[in-house]
Design a protein around this ligand. Structure first.
Ligand SMILES: C[S@@+](CC[C@H](N)C(=O)[O-])C[C@H]1O[C@@H](n2cnc3c(N)ncnc32)[C@H](O)[C@@H]1O
Length: 339
């Protein structure tokens, strides 16, 4: 796999394993690549490495941070001194400890995070600020089993200093150890991963945080990639609700995106009608179960109302961090590309 992906956090629905299929049908090998649902940034990072000018968008602050730190940033890297800033005592209201300890974070990590988020927000240089917030996102997801906020038993045990269950296996121990170790050990390792993803593609890449319909009103480019939340699957605002609250420093309403609705047809139809000014479209969608979500032939018909297109069914299994341990036998993943 493309080694620079290690600079990104593992992200629910992330497309690291599918990039070779996504780029194959794209006619223009240079120009402007639009990633309308940036998510964890894998497709934008791959497009950046291919030399396109990348214009990415996502409604979520978590994705804006990833994009500003890695996609729009062509040169600034993290130094060990930058990590030290996260430990400088900074005024905060203890939001994380009050709300998410001991179920989600041990008190050691909650104390660190309360201070680190407040300290990162105060960093004046915009790129460094986003890099540090990006590092904090990676840190948080690297402490949580499957990168998720469920599985609270391990954390409760760690907080009560009962170590047998949390350290029970090779797959659980590393994440749980990060909840009791000095955070600097994890941060140093993650810093190197992040820095590995920063390079100059000699383009002025852009990141936007807008609802996709507002974004499409003004954006211009050669090809757009659509990877919306999959209708009928778990909503990002729920999966990442705690992360979003923590980055905002307050409880948000975490209202699920209409694209996650079981009946998202209307939004998908609107999406295509809003993108008629962009010459080529590539669309990812999938179904967790055959009777949930949008079938490939139905989405193809929606796209073909506007232009000729082909569908490709991909033989794809989500990695554990994406599926959270769920059975994957019924998963259908497909790609539609306009010709
Ligand atoms: C399937 S993920 C994208 C994954 C990405 N391609 C990757 O490889 O990591 C879908 C993204 O759509 C975003 N989203 C949901 N509703 C949106 C909206 N109305 N406008 C823009 N982005 C939205 C979510 O925040 C989520 O990050």
């Amino acid at each position: 796999m493309f080694s620079k992906f290690q600079s990104l956090p593992s992200y629910f629905g992330g497309k690291r394993k599918l990039v070779k299929y996504i780029f194959k049908p794209i006619k223009k090998t240079e120009g402007v690549f639009i990633d309308a649902f940036l998510g964890g940034g894998s497709v934008s990072l791959y497009a950046k490495a291919k030399g396109y000018k990348v214009i990415s968008n996502d409604i979520a602050l978590r994705s804006l941070i990833i994009g500003k730190a890695i996609i729009a940033n062509n040169s600034v890297k993290l130094e060990t001194e930058d990590l030290a800033r996260l430990f400088i005592e900074t005024k905060h209201d203890g939001f994380i400890k009050k709300n998410y300890c001991p179920k989600v974070f041990t008190s050691k990590i909650a104390d660190f995070l309360d201070n680190a988020v407040a300290a990162a927000r105060q960093v004046e240089n915009e790129t460094k600020r986003y890099l540090l917030l990006h590092l904090i996102i990676k840190f948080i997801l690297s402490c949580r089993q499957f990168g998720k906020f469920t599985h609270t038993r391990d954390t409760l045990d760690l907080e009560a200093r009962k170590f047998e269950w949390p350290l029970r296996s090779k797959s659980h121990a590393p994440k749980n150890l990060r909840m009791i170790q000095n955070p600097m050990l994890t941060l140093e390792k993650l810093k190197d991963e992040v820095n590995h993803g920063i390079f100059d593609n000699h383009q002025d890449n852009e990141i936007h945080q807008k609802d996709v319909f507002d974004f499409l009103k003004t954006v211009q480019g050669d090809v757009v990639y659509f990877d919306p939340p999959y209708p009928g699957s778990s909503a990002y605002e729920v999966e990442y609700g705690i992360l979003d609250n923590l980055l905002a420093g307050k409880k948000l309403d975490n209202k699920p995106s209409p694209f996650s609705n079981k009946d998202a047809d209307e939004f998908l139809e609107r999406l295509f009608a809003s993108a008629v000014h962009i010459p080529q479209w590539v669309i990812s969608l999938g179904q967790n179960k055959e009777d949930i979500g949008v079938k490939p032939e139905k989405l193809l018909a929606m796209v073909q109302k506007h232009r000729k297109a082909e569908v490709q069914i991909l033989d794809h299994k989500w990695s554990v961090s994406n599926a959270g341990g769920r059975g994957q036998s019924d998963n259908i993943e497909y790609l539609i590309a306009t010709l």
